[in-house]
Write a protein that binds this ligand. Structure first.
Ligand code: ADP
Length: 291
């Protein structure tokens, strides 16, 4: 449904944010997982026609979106990292305004449409409250409501759960998973759990390029039997990094641990670890992480 071909973008300061990006994305939730600075937002903004690429094409349902940006915007629901909240406007007024812009002309239709949306994202009770007084989770849910106006066929969600508490995050995940039933939803994130919980397909993105694309479970299965854990002293971290392919270092039950990638058993004190998308992700971006 969404075909991205040979996309390149270098900013005027010389930063190459997209380096020959090719992706095929179908209906459902698609996770674009990559570290900060990988180029995810650049890609999202390009798909949303908010900025230009230097070369390449994005085709959605047969429409070349660079040739027909208005058409793309009509079918797009965009939930950017920071969607420019107007602090002194209530959620209800703001949604009403966006619905009008998106072509719902009758006042009565608009009112019931906005009420339905507010109910859907569980904000009806707070509809009169100014957006500036919303919590992080409420803002994210408001973001979903505004993205849903006009029944978009393509929904872009950029770093949605950064800064949300676990309860808000859970609620937000439930909402997102409903969207994937009928549209292409692209979730861009650096949080592995978001992809594990929500996405049927994914790509790892790093330094402007797609490193690998596939089903999250199948991708993590590729490391089957090749990840080992050991309790170590924190001060030995560097030594291990020199000697092994370290995927991550982390605290577990008060102990410092290292996870390494190895084709064979790496030696005394190491124990095998079950497959995990986080290990796969760190392996594919090839940078040891402290988690
Ligand atoms: P991500 O969303 O994965 O964190 P971005 O797309 O925001 O990545 O950024 C990719 C790279 O492009 C980074 O090195 C960033 O500093 C750079 N970058 C992003 N926007 C601009 C811009 N407007 N001008 C110059 N460099 C930019």
């Amino acid at each position: 449904m969404l075909s991205i071909s040979d996309l390149n973008k270098t900013y005027p300061n010389g930063t190459q944010a997209l380096n020959n990006v090719n992706l095929e994305i179908g209906k459902g939730m698609f996770g674009l997982l990559g570290p900060n600075g990988a180029g995810k937002s650049t890609l999202m903004r390009t798909i949303a026609t908010l900025q230009n690429a230097d070369t390449g094409t994005v085709v959605f349902d047969g429409i070349d979106v660079f040739d027909a940006p208005d058409e793309q915007r009509r079918i797009l629901g965009d939930l950017p990292q920071d969607f420019g909240v107007y602090p002194k406007v209530s959620a209800e007024m703001m949604l009403n305004h966006i619905a009008k812009i998106k072509g719902i002309q009758s006042k009565g239709d608009r009112a019931s449409y906005v009420s339905d949306l507010l109910n859907k994202v569980n904000l009806y009770k707070f509809r009169k409250r100014n957006l500036g007084d919303y919590s992080g989770g409420m803002r994210q849910r408001f973001g979903i409501a505004q993205a849903l106006i006009g029944n978009p066929k393509l929904i872009i969600v950029d770093e949605p759960t950064a800064g949300l508490d676990p309860l808000e995050r859970n609620r937000f995940h439930n909402l997102l998973s409903e969207l994937g039933e009928d549209a292409v939803v692209i979730l861009s994130t650096h949080i592995v759990d978001d992809v594990v919980n929500l996405c049927t397909n994914m790509a790892v993105f790093n330094e402007g390029s797609v490193v690998v694309q596939g089903h999250p479970q199948e991708l993590s299965n590729t490391l089957n039997g090749k990840v080992y854990r050991k309790k170590i002293r924190k001060e030995d971290t560097e030594k291990y990094q020199l000697e092994y392919t370290v995927l991550s270092t982390y605290l577990r039950s008060g102990n410092f641990n290292v996870n390494v990638y190895s084709d064979a058993h790496p030696g005394e004190g190491f124990e095998p670890v079950a497959n995990d998308l986080e290990d796969f992700y760190f392996y594919s971006i090839n940078q040891p992480q402290t988690v």
